[in-house]
Design a protein. Structure first.
Length: 92
């Protein structure tokens, strides 16, 4: 199961997407491949990493979500702890 799917299984992450009018299929995790490699090298059950998630709202603007990913590798559970949000206007 990839990281995006694990995050979408969590209620709190879906609430963040809903609050900013972002569709479940319209977001990306920056450097997701690097994060996947790092988590595979982790020795413990819990993986913690600062990440940026970028999502495009239905009405146009792009949001950057900065926060911490807490990932339980054993149970495939992930929580995104939101620190800040940056809104970028879409150029025409």
């Amino acid at each position: 199961m990839n990281l995006k799917e694990v995050l979408l299984n969590g209620l709190s992450f879906n609430e963040i997407l809903k609050r900013f009018s972002i569709d479940r299929t319209n977001f990306t995790i920056r450097d997701e491949e690097v994060i996947e490699c790092k988590k595979n090298l982790t020795r413990g059950d819990i993986f913690k990493e600062s990440i940026v998630i970028q999502g495009k709202a239905d009405n146009g603007p792009i949001f950057n979500f900065f926060g911490t990913l807490h990932y339980n590798l054993l149970n495939h559970l992930a929580v995104f702890e939101l620190d800040s949000v940056e809104k970028n206007a879409v150029s025409a």
